[in-house]
Write a protein that binds this ligand. Structure first.
Ligand SMILES: C[S@@+](CC[C@H](N)C(=O)[O-])C[C@H]1O[C@@H](n2cnc3c(N)ncnc32)[C@H](O)[C@@H]1O
Length: 288
């Protein structure tokens, strides 16, 4: 099995990214699956609650300018619109031009004009210092780093007194399987597929080391008692296996065995699953 991780070299510094690299280069079937997974993750109740509470803590008001780094297909847009209103400005940056275009058409369909989703790199945000009232990233630090540099970029583009938020989840699920090695196989792939699997519990430390103030962290549990509890669960635990097989992270036979096991346990009524989500919000000191 190939080592899926790679390093991106920019301007002489090493950056790490996960196995996906540039989503624009993936086959369209893999891109569509990721796009569907992002939409479902965003609507799963615990992810949705965590994101909303993190966005609320950014203290946005009508007319605020807010940036999402690694904005993907624009999952956060429906939550942001009521917070910043018609006079506010929502900007998203993503390394995948296809995702940025999907997010922009979502904004246009909703009739929202003061929204711009652009193709860009969180490693070097294409914005001047102090230009936003708040900035955040949602499910980004698992995929690309060093996280300290990304947080430094977010801090740079936010005005003094503005807030920064991060949401991350832990790629270590508790899942009912008939053999412990099946759960471990799934989690091993998730860890291998992540750039920084331990991001979640380290967000508070990261913010304190970045010199941010009023740092507040929270954790959430996403859990299911049936695969049918939310479409996120079958998409994430079963449909996603095809992506792992396509990328050489999982053997086809193992994927079939795991999928069959999860379905059989679910049919018998014994399915349970859970994963942790973490958020942190901090304030850029007035003197920075
Ligand atoms: C898991 S997705 C999350 C997307 C979105 N925040 C959401 O919650 O639906 C991670 C996103 O980070 C983007 N990404 C990865 N590396 C990046 C980089 N260096 N600069 C900008 N975006 C990046 C990917 O293209 C992808 O859209």
């Amino acid at each position: 099995m190939r080592d899926p991780r790679h390093n991106i070299k920019t301007g002489g510094s090493d950056w790490g990214a996960d196995y996906l690299g540039e989503p624009d280069r993936l086959p369209s079937s893999s891109r569509s699956l990721i796009s569907r997974l992002l939409r479902l993750m965003a609507t799963e109740p615990a992810f949705s609650r965590a994101r909303r509470q993190m966005l609320d803590a950014l203290a946005l008001t009508v007319g605020s300018r807010v940036l999402e780094a690694g904005s993907g297909t624009g999952s956060a847009l429906p939550d942001l619109i009521p917070l910043v209103g018609q006079r506010g400005q929502i900007v998203g940056v993503d390394a995948a031009a296809g995702f940025a275009a999907e997010a922009q058409s979502r904004a246009e369909t909703a009739g929202w004009s003061r929204v711009a989703y652009v193709h860009g790199d969180v490693r070097s945000l294409p914005f001047s210092d102090d230009g936003f009232d708040a900035a955040f990233c949602d499910k980004l630090l698992l995929h690309v780093g060093p996280a300290s540099r990304i947080v430094a970029e977010l801090r740079r583009v936010v005005r003094p007194g503005g807030r920064i938020g991060v949401l991350e989840w832990q790629p270590q699920l508790a899942i009912s399987t008939s053999a412990p090695e099946l759960e471990e196989t799934f989690n091993a792939v998730l860890r291998q597929a992540s750039h920084w699997p331990a991001a979640g519990p380290n967000l508070g430390r990261l913010f304190l080391e970045a010199g941010l103030e009023e740092v507040a962290s929270r954790s959430y549990l996403a859990e299911a008692q049936s695969l049918a509890d939310h479409p996120f669960w079958p998409a994430f635990l079963i449909d996603q296996l095809a992506l792992f097989v396509a990328l050489g992270l999982l053997a086809d036979q193992t994927a079939r065995t795991l999928a069959a096991d999860l379905r059989a346990i679910d049919q018998a009524g014994g399915f349970r699953a859970g994963l942790m989500i973490w958020t942190v919000v901090g304030t850029k000191p007035a003197g920075l």
